[in-house]
Design a protein around this ligand. Structure first.
Ligand SMILES: [Zn+2]
Length: 79
């Protein structure tokens, strides 16, 4: 299974060693925006979405401004 790194747009393998981060959907200013990048939802954690990253830099950038990277208007810059 693969996921898309919302910061750079790379495909990342979903595996135990992968770098991931979660966000509270309620914290996103644009949570309901049509076309928003949506993460994986664990039924055990309603209201939380998980994202996968290619590296620590993307993960840290995402943690600073999750709403920016999940916005439908944001285009990943690539690496
Ligand atoms: Zn990345």
């Amino acid at each position: 299974m693969m996921a898309i790194d919302p910061v750079c747009g790379m495909e990342v393998a979903v595996e135990p060693a992968a770098l991931t981060s979660t966000v509270l959907v309620a914290d996103l200013v644009n949570a309901a925006a049509p076309g928003r990048h949506v993460g994986a939802v664990d039924p055990a954690e309603p209201g939380v979405e998980r994202f996968w990253f290619c590296g620590r830099g993307c993960m840290l950038d995402f943690g600073d401004e999750p709403s920016r990277y999940l916005d439908p208007a944001f285009t990943p810059s690539g690496m």
